[in-house]
Write a protein of this length. Sequence first.
Length: 441
Amino acid sequence: MEQGTFFERPVHQPLAARLRPDTLEGFVGQQHLLGEGKILRRLIENDQVSSMIFWGPPGVGKTTLATIIAHKTQADFIDFSAVTSGIKEIRTVMQQADENRRFGGKTIVFVDEIHRFNKAQQDAFLPFVEKGSIILIGATTENPSFEVNSALLSRCKVFVLHGLEEKDILQLLRRAMADEKGFGAYRVEMEEGVLEAIAAFANGDARSALSTLEMVVLNGDTQGNRITVTREGMEQCISKKSLLYDKKGDEHYNIISALHKSMRNSDPDAAVYWLARMLEAGEDPLYVARRIVRFASEDVGLSDPHALEMAVAAYQACHYIGMPECSVHLTQAVVHLSLAPKSNALYMAYEAAKKDALETLAQPVPLHIRNAPTRLMQELEFGKGYQYAHDTKEKVTAMQCLPEKLQGRAYYCPTGEGLEKRYKDRLEEIRALKERLHGNK
């Protein structure tokens, strides 16, 4: 019988679903968990799976691992979706699992996107996990420390899955080209470099890579059962690379942290790169500007007082003109802050003072520096003994301004970096003068 064209073949599932492996031998990546002798591999092979959370970016194999466990385990396997399931459905399944346990059976419940469950829904699992009615396997792209109830999380082992390397993606793409479930039954002629470009585009996401390959092949030039894929055709399908960035997820905080730490390490090249990653992915420039303003005082401070002025000016520029024009103003501020001398003396001063403030909230303000606008306050000796600094030649007095319990504390300890050396010299001069004045009293 003559074979039809690719487009005549009914395709009921996406390529990624058709090629999903059901054995560890077919799984690609995550060697830190699934290599020979690694803990997760041993648990699966020995059918000793306990409650666990798979945490990792999209398309790295969380659901696939659950599928492999389903094929390997001798337990009943129930697939849950946090998007479509409510507390009623959870309780129904839990009751079934409870009955199964009474007859010696095991039930594994897989919950995809477990971070989408609210606290009440997550709490519905807890008693059944505690008494062993179910083995819970959750999958999440969000940090489980923040998104999974602490009580439930404490009863689950967290396995961190990493984005796939390009070599792993290429292995999957080549398998898709050769496998009968993929394009193995068809003559696909592909220009050199196309698979490599798709692997790079996928950014560690196997599902994205296979979906892109499917789209590229479907849009190839077709003659009978021969499909020709050109680099030009691939580029039309991939008009712009999507950046891995979620303004409300972990990657948002990871990248702003990378920007902050690159500036702190005086690395303007890395800082500008992370700035571009955020802005080109759609981050609000005002958010970035606010973080830069914070950095100007936290990590530069008085070593370069002009840094704060520039950071605030960059924020105002972003507010006035927005993206994409304000990208250059943010770049100017980021480069300036990266190259500026660094001092965290202001940050450390406040943190030390905050600690004392929280521990001494009941300490009264010394009477001599209290305000005394009324006769009663004056009779109570508010303001008595106050020394007006402007009345002295040095504009400094020996008067103590800290609560009695904290006298002698020094919070601001300036460094010798940049202009802060001037502040250090001045502070040492003031402290020496106060010591002399105090000795003369």
